[in-house]
Write a protein that binds this ligand. Structure first.
Ligand code: R5P
Length: 293
């Protein structure tokens, strides 16, 4: 039975249709004082319950999610799993400055205590090699690379992939291999949330190619904008930006277009008009593997 965490209605509907699963009825609202009310109207006793809840802008979503999971368990669900197409806090994977919290770990503890398993798409695994290092429950990370490669193959003539930083190499290398295209990975320096610089790429051998910038998360967009600036006047074909997760803080999407992106394309892990790449099938496969191993 699929239960929707508010904000993830579209993702839940897609997954429910793909799995041919029952859509359960859950109701969440805020009391006038801001506290959260939850109610599950469908009988969940003995059932495998799958909560669908993307965790972008997590502060608004985590309490409804935790309370729905607790209610489902309380009402006798056999197991409660979570499909979070975007998993937040993964970038806080170190104490970068004295006194900081390593919130990826704390968030993992919170979620691990609330649900029995987790499925997500390309979490930001950088200093953590796998979700198992911080999640205490079975946690599957499904890859968007095959779907991205399919889109690039169908829409881009002579692609040349560009990863803006070392972390992006895992996605860029995978997609490049699948579309049989060359790639480079740049070096990024981040001095603040919106203060980023990237190294200058050597594009001399790829003049006839279409630059495709690829990253897992586009948040403020500064990483992609600075990479686009590095391409200015150096490439014959207009660059495309491809992101797995369309976080798009503030006006990031428009900033990319203003910086010279011919097009911005993302996967449907976070709802946005730029979603062109569908990862519902891989999510559905991962859920099937969890509930019917
Ligand atoms: C971090 O290394 C990630 O892979 C992305 O590069 C980063 O989150 C992008 O953030 P922003 O869009 O704010 O530059």
């Amino acid at each position: 039975m699929i239960l929707t965490v508010p904000g993830s209605e579209a993702a839940a509907a897609r997954l429910q249709a793909r799995l041919d699963a029952e859509a359960g009825a859950a109701f969440v609202r805020h009391f006038p004082d801001g506290e959260v009310y939850v109610r599950i109207d469908s009988p969940v006793a003995g059932r495998e319950v799958v909560l669908v809840g993307g965790l972008e802008r997590p502060a608004d979503k985590i309490l409804p999610l935790l309370f729905l999971a607790a209610t489902a368990r309380d009402l006798g669900a056999r197991r409660v799993g979570l499909v979070a197409p975007y998993l937040s806090f993964m970038r806080q994977d170190s104490r970068f400055h004295p006194g900081e919290g390593i919130t990826s770990t704390y968030f993992a503890r919170l979620v691990s205590g609330a649900v029995d398993w987790l499925v997500t798409v390309d979490p930001h695994l950088h200093r953590w090699a796998s979700l198992d290092e911080i999640y205490r429950i079975p946690a599957r990370a499904v890859a968007a690379a095959p779907a991205i490669a399919g889109w690039v193959r169908a829409h881009v003539a002579q692609p040349f992939l560009i990863g803006p930083d070392a972390e992006s190499e895992q996605w860029v290398a995978a997609v490049a291999a699948q579309v049989d295209a060359p790639y480079v990975v740049l070096e990024k320096t981040r001095r603040g949330d919106r203060d980023v610089s990237v190294s200058e790429p050597d594009l001399s051998r790829y003049q006839g190619h279409t630059p495709v910038l690829l990253d897992d998360i586009i948040s403020t967009g500064r990483t992609m904008v600075e990479t686009l600036h590095q391409l200015r006047c150096k490439v014959a074909r207009e660059p495309l930006c491809v992101g797995v997760h369309a976080v798009f803080a503030g006006g990031a999407h428009d900033d990319l277009l203003a910086a010279g992106a011919a097009r911005v394309v993302t996967c449907n892990t976070i709802e946005h008009p730029s979603n062109r790449i569908c990862v519902t099938d891989v999510l559905a496969d991962a859920v099937r593997a969890e509930v019917a191993p």
